[in-house]
Design a protein around this ligand. Structure first.
Ligand code: SF4
Length: 464
């Protein structure tokens, strides 16, 4: 059984990653599975000649959106209202959750279906509605699995990527009544489909996320692999779509750019199986769109961090990240895990998420794969500086950095320290490589070099 990390707030990334790392076979398999998806993404990206240009175009469109967000939002609101949609604005998760609850309460409904939406995860909507006596059924298969397990999603595209099929078989046997010991994926998927279809058929209210909101037409586009958003919305009397204000794109023609990039970057598919357009409520239906800020306006005003708002939530930065792959999504203790989560979370609460920008090797692989060219690793580095300036870094780390600065800025001291360390490595290696030094827990200590670079350099210079 996957060790549940829900309710793990209060622990930092390193502690939670250590818990995940206890199950070595799971870590290896998690790492390999995500790397397999990363390779699929590479293949899909290289298959189109204009791949690089597509990314550049997407990045430019998003730059334009961020520069004119206010106008585009108003244009979207006007067009959506003209289409018969109720448009609401929420500045905080609390406002958002209240609005959703008011709409549900007005319709006298006690059970709702919901397709995948990272915004509702960010707002902790399920917990809020459940506290008000409303049952929420997540209809995305991966989301339903983690919901039944009482966990948050561990990946924005693949919410239950940390679960093995045998564990899902056990879970379904307990919750859906499937035969014990049956973990055949085809069988389990069919069981889930029947279970979810029953809920979709009987629910009067459907909640969806939004992948793109077109200012020009006032329509929204929701991308799913299973068609669950389509099904639940078509059968419901009330549709509530929840979106962050950065989901706006200016015109319909821009959708082609983003739809081609999103699926290729997420799973290596040429296009998401279902890209559903919702422009107006069908006859007799009620449709609401809630636009949520939750710190986005503040980030828009920051030159260093505004680019993070270009994110289209494809998950490619997670699949490639060596830290994410080997520490698991729950170790990030925020709705959005991985490199993008590590630059979004401190913007909301610097103190609570101060550890996340340090959960990175700064290798830059995340920035390389990002389809909208977000400078993720540069932002991680900048966050570290901001956190240090704001005193959100531990005293141990600060003392270590001060000692390092002192040694590196004094050549004689540096030469002495280097010599002493090499002597210790050669004659008393246990002083450096011991149980107290986590660096060597999974590494072999290298042999001490015979001469330093400076000695080698001076020797070469003399011999010329
Ligand atoms: S930051 Fe880039 S790579 Fe990561 S999820 Fe967002 S769009 Fe995808």
């Amino acid at each position: 059984m996957a060790e549940s990390l829900s309710g793990s707030s209060g622990s930092d990334h390193a502690t939670l990653a250590t818990r995940f790392n206890k199950d070595e076979s799971r870590v290896d398999w998690h790492d390999e599975t995500l790397w397999f998806i990363r390779k699929k993404r590479d293949k899909a990206a290289w298959q189109i000649d204009e791949g690089e240009q597509l990314g550049e175009t997407a990045s430019q469109i998003k730059n334009n959106v961020l520069g004119n967000l206010y106008e585009y939002l108003l244009q979207f609101e006007e067009n959506a209202r003209a289409n018969g949609i109720h448009v609401h604005w929420a500045s905080t998760p609390e406002d958002h959750n209240k609005l959703v609850h008011e709409i549900i309460a007005k319709a006298h409904i006690s059970r709702v279906v919901k397709s995948k939406s990272m915004l509702t995860e960010e707002c902790h909507l399920n917990e809020y509605l459940e506290s008000k006596g409303i049952e929420v059924i997540d209809t995305d298969l991966g989301e339903r699995i983690v919901q039944l397990a009482g966990e948050p999603p561990s990946h924005i595209v693949l919410p239950c990527i940390h679960w093995k099929k045998e564990e899902i078989g056990d879970l379904f046997s307990r919750h859906l009544g499937t035969p014990e010991g049956n973990s055949d994926p085809q069988f389990l998927t069919t069981a889930a489909r029947l279970h979810l279809r029953r809920h979709c058929m009987s629910s009067k209210l459907a909640i969806t996320g939004v992948n793109f909101a077109v200012a020009e037409t006032g329509e929204i586009v929701v991308c799913t692999s299973e068609g669950n958003a389509d099904l639940e919305v078509q059968l419901a009397d009330v549709h509530i779509a929840c979106m962050g204000i950065e989901k706006i794109i200016p015109q319909r023609k821009h959708l082609g750019v983003f739809l081609r990039l999103l699926a290729r970057s997420a799973t290596g598919q040429p296009i998401t199986t279902y890209s559903s357009h919702f422009r107006r409520p069908r006859s007799g239906q009620e449709m609401h769109i809630i636009l949520v800020d939750n710190g986005r306006s503040e980030r828009l005003g920051s030159n260093d961090f505004r680019n993070a708002l270009k994110c289209i939530r494809c998950g490619a930065c997670m699949n490639t990240c060596p830290v994410y792959r080997r520490s698991g999504g729950h170790s990030y203790h925020y709705a959005i895990a991985g490199p993008i989560g590590a630059i979004l979370a401190p913007g909301l609460d610097m103190k609570q998420h101060a550890d996340l920008p340090f959960a990175s090797t700064l290798c830059g692989s995340c920035s390389n794969v990002c389809p909208v060219k977000i400078d993720i690793h540069d932002q991680l580095y900048k966050w570290r500086q901001v956190l240090t300036k704001n005193d959100h870094v531990s005293e141990t780390k600060k003392s270590g950095m001060r000692a390092m600065a002192m040694v590196l800025s004094r050549p004689r001291l540096y030469a002495f320290a280097g010599g002493a360390t090499r002597w210790l490595m050669k004659y008393l290696p246990f002083v450096i490589s011991n149980g107290l030094n986590p660096w060597y827990k999974q590494r072999e200590m290298p042999m001490a070099p015979k001469q330093t670079f400076s000695e080698w350099y001076l020797q070469k210079k003399k011999s010329k």
